[in-house]
Design a protein around this ligand. Sequence first.
Ligand code: FE2
Length: 264
Amino acid sequence: MLVLAHVSDIHIDGSERNTARAARVLDHVARLPVDAILLTGDLADHGAVEEYEIVRGLLPTGVPLALCPGNHDVRENFRKALVTSSENGPGTGGPVGEPVGEPVDGPVGGPVNQVLRLPGATVALCDSSVPGRHDGLLDDETLDWLDHVLSAAPEVPAFVAMHHPPVTLGIPYVDEIRLGEPERLAGVLARHPQVVAVLAGHAHTGAATTFAGLPLLVAPGVVNTLLAPVETDAYPPIDPDLPPAVALHVFDGGRITTHFRPVI
Ligand SMILES: [Fe+2]
């Protein structure tokens, strides 16, 4: 059995509140017997170097960990603070805290894509951020990279993660800034039947739907929770007081089951 702890949207901004919420969730999942921890973007609120230094200090060690940027992140600063260089030696190239399998060196402003090769699973984290914009897109380089990563291990079950969900979720506030050109992602996924599920963040609410015939599992927001239109007319529809939460994806080799867990 494989368990992935999926944390998203911690939005570190230097405030004690946001740091405390992120620390609570990351400490919680680090104590669970999970196989890996994934962070799907919006790690910093403004993309500032100082924010990433705080994030860096919060990342658990001793468990495989991988992360990708969101629309609030700034690639250059994200890469500098959170992604080690493959020039540092063998086994590096992943986020600080725990090495991952393949380096992610590239142009400083290019996409930050990472792959985690676990015993029995491949997890590909794609950079869906677009510098200066809040909506998302997987550019040619990222789609080619994903195709290559999945082609390299066709027999190993795979999970494909990114910040922006590729479908609407019934929340206009985030639906308007979802992943663009989702058919291009669907085209890559169709070539790789070992993909078990697509994982995303961005919506600040736990959600489960489908995309390209696969489960699409959206992690809750740590910083706050977005409410659906049926819950509020407020705009933005944010509830800052609901507790932070995490998604735990449990894969038994055939089926994925996701548990959404508040962390009080
Ligand atoms: Fe966010």
